[in-house]
Design a protein around this ligand. Structure first.
Ligand code: NAD
Length: 359
């Protein structure tokens, strides 16, 4: 099997998580790292002393001698659009971290750039890896095999700790992140979209910045990131989705809980416990089945319960087998669209149709 040669653009927390995962996979090698911030470059080169370091990503893309096969973009969200544009021109395979871009309009530009620069066999992948978490993947399999009959309701709860500190505090401002419901919650909207198997048409939301980062001021600007929300999503096929987000809920046993109720059963995935519960209507409360879901063998757990590692394996399989991306730019757009619509709904105090955001 030919070795895949990787370059990482943005070597902060997530870029280094990618490096750790790639170090654990055979037949691939990270040959170049680019970061504009010296401490991030130093930290990444400690993991990979032999990789070539760059300050400017254009220099990395121009370094033909490196024979790069795959670029991973893990810079702050507001830079995804312009960097992806340039990486697509270079023709290499690319994994762009979530959210694909800040807005639907930017995602549409990325999709059009992918088409303009089309290369046969090139894989373009969005880092929406929560779908690969073992309990989520098991829940998706159960739904596909009809365990809960016709799906009607999907609720996802994320109760967790506040946003972490990032380089230059980029994540404290919605202008850099797209807003919390884009930045953080695109993961859950992607999972919701997969479960619903349909297009979101309408979004209603209520949310605010009530507790976190209220006293934080950077360069005279007050942090403006929402820390809690309820978001309701109507799908074209009649399925209803709901997201319940709290970022001041450290005292939660499960950081994420997914619950799907269909015509014949209810399925829950408790992510931190790695537990799936199946409750069939005919069996009632006493017949609820509890399944501990083990990670596939050899998975590097990393910071996302092994999902980043599995994402790389799936992407490498697509590259080697010349098959399609499992997480496309269109998936990226659909997940951003719900988040953007939710922010607009909060701002306008009304339901927002997804059509209002599309070109
Ligand atoms: N998939 C996931 O679950 C997940 C988790 C965390 C973060 N992320 C995403 O990963 C991306 C990075 O987040 P992070 O947590 O690593 O942030 P971070 O601040 O830790 O790292 C970002 C890095 O990008 C570098 N950078 C900024 N501008 C650059 C440029 N022009 N060229 C090269 N490097 C540049 C910064 O110096 C920094 O080192 C974001 O898009 C974020 O949403 C995804």
């Amino acid at each position: 099997m030919r070795e895949l040669r990787y370059a990482i653009i943005g070597a902060g927390m997530m870029g280094r998580e990618h490096i750790r995962n790639l170090l654990a996979i055979d037949n691939c090698k990270v040959v170049a790292i680019c970061d504009s911030h010296e401490p991030s470059r130093v930290a990444a080169s400690q993991l990979l002393p032999e990789a070539k370091l760059f300050v400017n990503y254009q220099d990395l893309l121009n370094a033909a001698e490196l024979a790069i096969d795959v670029v991973v973009i893990a810079t702050p969200n507001h830079l995804h659009s312009s960097i992806l544009d340039d990486v697509l021109v270079s023709g290499v395979h690319v994994l762009v971290e979530k959210p694909l871009c800040l807005t639907v309009a930017e995602c549409e530009l990325a999709i059009s750039q992918e088409q303009t620069t089309h290369c046969d066999g090139r894989v373009v992948w969005v880092g929406l890896e929560y779908r690969y978490m073992a309990p989520t993947a098991r829940l998706l399999t159960e739904i596909q095999s009809g365990t809960c009959g016709d799906v009607k309701m999907i609720s996802i709860r994320e109760h967790r700790f506040p946003f972490l500190n990032k380089v230059d505090n980029w994540n404290r401002f919605s202008k850099n992140t797209g807003g919390t419901l884009v930045e953080k919650c695109c993961h859950f909207f992607d999972v919701m979209n997969l479960i619903a198997g349909s297009e979101a048409v309408r979004v209603y939301a209520s949310g605010d910045q009530d507790v976190n980062h209220l006293d934080e001021i950077y360069d005279g600007q007050k942090s403006d990131i929402l820390d809690n929300a309820f978001v309701i999503v109507d799908y074209k096929n009649g399925i209803r989705g709901m997201l319940d987000l709290s970022m001041f809920a450290e005292g939660s046993k499960n950081e994420q809980e997914i619950c799907v109720v269909g015509s014949t059963a209810k399925i829950e995935a408790l992510i931190t416990d790695s537990l799936v519960r199946i409750g069939r209507r005919e069996s009632g409360a006493s017949g609820v089945e509890e399944i501990i879901v083990a990670q596939p063998e050899g998975v590097v757990a990393g910071f996302h319960a092994g999902a980043s590692y599995l994402e790389h394996l799936a992407m490498q399989k697509a590259i080697r087998e010349n098959s399609k991306s499992e997480v496309t730019l269109h998936d990226g757009l659909r997940s951003v669209a719900i988040g953007q619509a939710a922010h607009l709904s909060i701002e306008l105090g009304r339901a927002v149709n997804i059509n209002e955001l599309l070109k």
